[in-house]
Design a protein around this ligand. Structure first.
Ligand code: MG
Length: 168
């Protein structure tokens, strides 16, 4: 029997001028980028929370608090790699990822497939197990005004459960 669990994660960062825009660890061509203690990669932060959430392991702030100078300016892939390692230690593997990025500009276009591949690579799963959607906010609110970028991620993880063995 399989032990199947779902996890969700959300993140939002303010966009400011002159900062590199990283999404899923991939550089996106943009005049603005996410402000953050690390590299502000909303997709990887939301993914990290989804992974930890699915495994019942808390959230990103429990492991990588933004008050800790060790995480200042680091690449967010480290957070996802550590979260994935924790899952693997627990016998879990990621079955699939479904992610939505909310941003007005820039348009992701062909960058989307690069981001998908990068996320799959980080998790060690085939890229057809990762889905990435991009939505605008139709000009509404801070995301609609290109003042912020957000991401929402759902993951499914599973492991073979240790069943109750029959006495015979
Ligand atoms: Mg964040």
């Amino acid at each position: 029997m399989k032990d199947i669990r779902v996890g969700s994660g959300f993140d939002i960062h303010r966009l400011v001028a002159g900062v590199p825009f990283k999404l899923g660890g991939v550089k996106v061509d943009s005049p603005v980028g996410p402000q953050g203690h690390s590299d502000g990669d909303v997709l990887l932060h939301a993914l990290c929370d989804a992974l930890l959430g699915a495994a019942g392991l808390g959230d990103i702030g429990d492991y990588f608090p933004d008050s800790d100078p060790r995480w200042k300016g680091v690449e967010s892939r480290i957070f996802v790699e550590r979260a994935n390692e924790k899952l693997l230690e627990g016998g879990f593997r990621v079955d699939n990822v479904d992610a939505t990025v909310f941003l007005e500009t820039p348009k992701l276009g062909r960058t989307k497939s690069n981001v998908k591949g990068a996320v799959a690579g980080l998790l060690g799963i085939p890229s057809d197990r990762v889905n990435l959607k991009a939505k605008t906010m139709e000009g509404l609110g801070p995301i609609g005004a290109s003042q912020a970028v957000a991401a929402l991620v759902t993951v499914l993880i599973s492991r073979q459960s240790v069943g109750i063995t029959s006495p015979d």
